[in-house]
Design a protein around this ligand. Structure first.
Ligand code: PEP
Length: 255
């Protein structure tokens, strides 16, 4: 069962109007494989979403970096999933470690958000990952399994879910997981999906890696059988993002 390579660019809380236009121009001029081989989604801050959506090449998509957990209403400062759909934004990143740690988003809250966003028709990039302390204490798999279970408890259809494994110690630190470290967790996650959700979901769900991916380390990581793409932070704001998009041009198959 083929899994199309998936590259997400998370711009986080960065960019002025001028900078955003420059990044979009850079992306629009980049020579990259066709969307038949790689799915590219960039995620600007909320305020720039409509602009980026209108200027960006049609073979790339946009994603929001978050949305509210249920229908909008009296939730000052929040953006609802319905608003994203209304603006034609097809996708949302949920459960990023910066939101889990800085804004105390729990596993259950993230699971609820994923389920709600899917229910209104959004595609979801759901982020999971362990801290350095958790890795060093040997609990990596227990942590990512609990995070994934909280999603699986609320979600029955995984067609529009991409799972992003992002070890917290690798995000924005320049300290990338080795291909072996990343592959080990991706394989375990796929086994977890197989045993806890089902064989079809395990075979078809893209599990992408995030954490200090750049133009220099992306090829070796992309060669791992269970790494189906990347979620890229810092490097997604730079021209090397095009090199990352080019890192793999074949469909990943179930091995
Ligand atoms: C991220 O923000 O999801 C991320 C992986 O950041 P960076 O690539 O900068 O580590």
């Amino acid at each position: 069962m083929a899994r199309k390579f998936f590259i997400g660019g998370n711009w986080k809380c960065n960019g002025t109007l001028e900078e955003v236009k420059k990044i979009v121009s850079m992306l629009n001029e980049a020579e990259v494989p066709s969307e038949n081989f790689v799915e590219v989604v960039v995620s600007p801050p909320f305020v720039f979403l409509p602009l980026v959506e209108s200027l960006l090449r049609p073979d790339f998509q946009v994603a929001a970096q978050n949305c509210w957990v249920r229908k909008g209403g009296a939730f000052t400062g929040e953006i609802s999933a319905e608003m994203l759909v209304n603006l034609g934004i097809p996708c949302v990143i949920l459960g990023h470690s910066e939101r889990r740690s800085l804004l105390n988003e729990s596993n259950e809250f993230v699971g609820d958000k994923v389920a709600y966003a899917l229910s209104v028709g959004l595609k979801v990039i759901a982020c999971i990952g362990e801290t350095l302390q958790q890795r060093e204490s040997g609990s990596t798999m227990a942590v990512v399994a609990a995070q994934t279970k909280a999603i699986a408890d609320k979600v029955s259809n995984w067609t529009h879910v991409v799972l992003a494994y992002e070890p917290v110690w690798a995000i924005g630190t320049g300290k990338v997981a080795t291909p072996g470290q990343a592959q080990e967790v991706h394989l375990e996650l796929r086994k977890w999906l197989h045993d806890s959700v089902g064989a079809e979901v395990a075979a078809t769900t893209r599990i992408i890696y995030g954490g200090s991916v750049n133009g220099a380390n992306c090829r070796e990581l992309s060669a791992q059988p269970d790494i189906d793409g990347f979620l890229v932070g810092g490097a997604s704001l730079k021209p090397e993002f095009a090199d990352i998009i080019r890192s793999l041009t074949v469909m990943k198959s179930q091995l």
